[in-house]
Design a protein. Structure first.
Length: 420
């Protein structure tokens, strides 16, 4: 578990400590009590107790163990007070026998909680739920993301996402969806939803929209670890290998994409000597293994795009035409506005600026990306290259206005000053 940085304000230290172990504790409570509602209520009360205690005394050496024991006791109190939980007394007895009343060290916590997250993620990805709800619910339960953070990841309004989460949890309860890993004959059809969840978790780690922190390596590792857990259940699946390749290529660039002040460094200016060769090699291995299975899919194509970036010696030597071609292939599988925007950006780097600008403006007019800051960064770049200075400035200023991350706002402002 990642330890809080003692130089951070105590509120941020507590937030990091709770978030780093939220999914592990919630999944363990849910597994043993057979109730997501009870587990969430108990963990919420434990978190409130932690805030009160740690603000006065500081965060203890093992916050994960403290939260786990406290949440267990809160759940017991809730069961005793609520007669509707009397049927769960047997589960309570079994749970007490399993975990005892002693203290927990980090190693015990890791052993007891790690696999339970996989069981909960399969619950959240049950086919009774729509895909968007699967992803949102897993981010909320496994990773502890707030409703607002998930809404931003989906480019939706807060109330819309809140309703989605409530409906998803109600459906789990109403349909008696089990908290377990599916049998082998069911795993294959459940894989797509799980991969989608893992992919969004990694994206949230690689570029966090809902936090002042621009990236989170520990969370990215969590996503990669979840992929490995799934791989143990479903080995030699091309899209799972493709996703692992994609994450490995991106993780290789983690150390080069953020400066010492926490600001983003664009790909063109990154020190490629900081790119981790071992992760690029790992990505190449996963991608080659996936391609060998001859079952092409979107994760493999995205991994191939990332491979072109990762193996280019310089930004100028990047084969943008190949990347544009791969995006065109990807659109055949996933014709989302974001993918179309990325394809337009790749096209712009092939010096087909007018054509790229038309694609970007078409996406802006459609409306779904009309409030997406990166669309206006791309638009500003094309306009600048075409010599349309005032229009370019206007687009970049609008991108700054739309961005909800202060580090990113500063970066875009510097970019604007450098351009003009």
């Amino acid at each position: 578990m990642r330890k809080p940085n003692r130089t951070d304000p105590i509120e941020i230290q507590i937030e990091k400590a709770v978030r780093s172990c939220y999914g592990k504790i919630l999944s363990q409570l849910t597994y043993h009590f057979k109730s997501l509602d009870l587990a969430e209520e108990a963990l919420q009360e434990a978190t409130i107790s932690a805030i009160r205690s740690w603000q006065e005394q500081g965060i203890i050496a093992n916050p994960e163990g403290w939260l786990f024991i406290t949440a267990k006791r809160k759940a017991i109190d809730i069961i005793r007070k609520n007669q509707s939980h009397t049927k769960k007394q047997q589960n309570l007895t079994q749970f007490n026998e399993a975990i005892g009343n002693g203290a927990f060290d980090n190693e015990d916590i890791e052993k007891s909680l790690q696999d339970r997250r996989l069981e909960l993620i399969f619950t959240c990805c049950h086919p009774a739920l729509d895909t968007a709800s699967q992803v949102a619910l897993t981010l909320n339960t496994i990773c502890g993301f707030s409703t607002d953070e998930i809404a931003k990841a989906f480019l939706l309004k807060h109330p819309t996402m809140a309703q989605r989460l409530v409906r998803a949890k109600q459906k789990i309860k109403k349909n008696n969806i089990p908290y377990q890993i599916p049998q082998s004959d069911q795993l294959e059809q459940r894989l797509s939803g799980v991969l989608g969840v893992i992919y969004l978790i990694f994206n949230e780690a690689y570029y966090s929209k809902g936090s002042q922190y621009l990236s989170s390596k520990p969370l990215a590792k969590e996503a990669m670890h979840l992929a490995k857990l799934v791989d143990q259940q479903l080995p030699h699946r091309s899209e799972l290998l493709g996703l692992q390749a994609l994450m490995a290529f991106n993780y290789a660039r983690f150390n080069a994409r953020i400066d010492k002040f926490g600001r983003s460094i664009k790909l063109k200016e990154q020190n490629r000597n900081l790119w981790q060769t071992k992760w690029i090699d790992q990505g190449n291995y996963y991608l080659a293994s996936a391609v060998a299975l001859r079952r092409l899919g979107p994760y493999q194509i995205q991994a191939a795009i990332s491979a072109v970036h990762s193996t280019s010696k310089t930004f100028e030597q990047t084969d943008w035409l190949q990347i544009y071609g791969l995006y065109q292939k990807l659109i055949q599988y996933q014709s989302s506005p974001i993918i179309q925007l990325n394809a337009a950006i790749a096209l712009a780097y092939t010096n087909k600026l007018e054509e790229a600008l038309k694609l970007i403006e078409r996406l802006e007019q459609v409306g779904q990306l009309s409030q997406y800051h990166l669309l206006f960064v791309a638009k500003a770049f094309c306009l600048k290259q075409l010599g349309k200075v005032e229009q370019s400035k206007k687009a970049m200023n609008y991108a700054i206005e739309l961005s909800d991350n202060q580090f990113q706002k500063d970066y875009f402002q510097k970019e604007l000053e450098d351009w003009f």
